[in-house]
Design a protein. Structure first.
Length: 173
């Protein structure tokens, strides 16, 4: 067994663009993991980025498309579905970035990964549905109503006294 120190893997989303002169542009393709995991879904496998980097007078701008696979968790029935999604990325890099910009490093490299990550997170739905008419889970017994009708409980809104209760409820405005 060798005990060589593990060298940090260079990020596939870091590009050396110091040679670009204002007006020049160059196209890149990159693939790599992002490790985005939210309650509502997660990115699986590597994401792929196609990007054009154009030099400005005081930095560069990256314009690209990120394509990725995401497992989405239905917020009604909790079923998981895998979807292919894609989002646009646009990011300016400058030596002295303003609040929307990111840093153009003095060694001539830019790191697009944070911008890619932001767009991918924004590109995941806040409340995914397995299908628009998902019936969800029974709130009383947890049965998946898409596959099993649940007939064991009285529906509150069908109760003969529900209308009367609504009239008397002071919170109901
Ligand atoms: Zn569902
Ligand atoms: Zn039930």
């Amino acid at each position: 067994m060798s005990s060589t120190a593990v060298k940090p893997e260079p990020s596939p989303f870091v590009f050396a663009v110091g040679e670009l002169r204002p007006g020049d542009h160059r196209d890149y393709v990159a693939e790599g993991p992002l490790g985005v995991t939210l309650d509502t879904g997660r990115v699986v496998n590597d994401v792929s980025l196609t990007v054009r980097i154009s030099a400005l007078s005081d930095g560069v701008v990256a314009n690209g498309t990120v394509t990725f696979g995401a497992v989405l968790v239905c917020h009604r029935c909790l079923a998981e579905n895998t979807e292919e999604r894609s989002v646009e990325v646009m990011q300016v890099f400058q030596a002295e970035p303003d609040e929307d910009g990111r840093r153009f490093e003095s060694d001539g490299t830019i790191d697009i990964e944070p911008a890619v990550r932001d767009e991918v997170v924004l590109g995941l739905p806040l409340a995914p549905l397995c299908r628009s008419d998902c019936l969800g889970l029974c709130t009383v017994c947890g049965t998946d109503l898409n596959t099993n009708p649940c007939s064991g409980h009285t529906d509150e809104s069908d109760h003969p006294l529900a209308a009367l209760r609504q009239l008397l409820d002071p919170q109901d405005t």
